[in-house]
Design a binder for this molecule. Structure first.
Ligand code: IPE
Ligand code: IPE
Ligand code: MG
Length: 249
């Protein structure tokens, strides 16, 4: 029985978020520079997207560039921005053909104009599609997102548009870049690092974590299936006890 056949189609996570890590180490292992690894990472994105589409995932969020990544050497940052523009412009036709909706989360204003333009064109082109939502986390960090949300809430309270008592879980979720998107049930991180690195801190409150040693450029469809199978083996209790869950099913 293949990994794909083992997946229970009734309990596929609606939203999978991935911290795509390990491009630099992958390149180093081949004696190449870090950008070589980033380039190969694009193929892993293609494969992962196809696997997610195949099993019916509705939202796939990929952490592509954090606010902290600006601190890397200029050559790497420039190379990554260039790769982003080239990849989006090169892939958008095929993504549109396969009914993908492209969007992003993060501070778009901090991206180079060419990136912003390419992204905007991709959003406009694919916005009426009805397939999987591919969400790129670009110039994103959860702390930045939470500060933005807090400022907006404070402004509304100050202007009298909002009462203090209106501040709740739903309001907070609506103030984030992920407004309208269900929280990820599954968070995957590659490359053997077991940390969250400022990604979706609010939204992963109840996510299941799957850590794998696979370096991102080596990540294949089977690796996504393995992560989903791992997710499906967990008991998600949300604070209850097992007996209560059994009663409810
Ligand atoms: C992830 O790979 C890609 C980005 C952060 C842009 P890294 O570039 O972090 O690769 P490692 O962790 O140094 O191997
Ligand atoms: C997290 O990876 C960010 C992305 C995958 C875009 P990093 O490689 O930047 O994270 P740290 O520095 O190891 O925590
Ligand atoms: Mg890294």
């Amino acid at each position: 029985m293949s990994l794909l056949d083992k997946i229970n189609r009734d309990t596929i996570p609606k939203h999978i978020a991935i911290i795509m890590d390990g491009n630099g180490r992958w390149a180093q292992k081949q004696g190449e520079d870090r950008l070589f690894g980033h380039n190969f990472g694009v193929e892993a994105v293609r494969e992962t997207l196809k696997a997610a589409q195949e099993i019916g995932v509705e939202y796939l969020t990929l952490y592509a560039f954090s606010t902290e990544n600006w601190k890397r050497p200029k050559e790497e940052v420039d190379g990554l921005m260039d790769l982003l523009v080239r990849t989006i412009s090169g892939e958008v036709d095929e993504l549109h053909e396969s009914n993908v909706v492209i969007s992003s989360i993060g501070d778009m204003d901090g991206l180079p104009p060419s990136c912003k333009e390419e992204l905007q064109a991709a959003y406009d082109r694919t916005k009426n599609n009805t397939g999987i939502n591919l969400i790129l986390a670009l110039n994103y960090s959860a702390k930045w997102e939470l500060i933005q949300a807090t400022k907006e809430i404070a402004r509304r309270v100050k202007e009298g548009e909002l009462e203090m008592d209106d501040i709740n879980d739903c309001l907070m979720s609506d103030m984030l870049c992920t407004k309208g998107i269900p929280d990820p049930e599954l968070l995957i991180r590659t490359s053997g690092e077991n940390r969250v690195s400022n990604f979706l801190l609010w939204q992963i409150a109840y996510a299941e974590f799957h850590f794998t040693d696979v370096l991102w450029p080596d990540f294949k469809r089977e690796d996504l299936y393995k992560a989903v199978l791992d997710y499906q083996s967990r008991e998600r209790r949300f604070g209850l006890v097992s007996a209560q869950l059994e009663k409810n099913t």
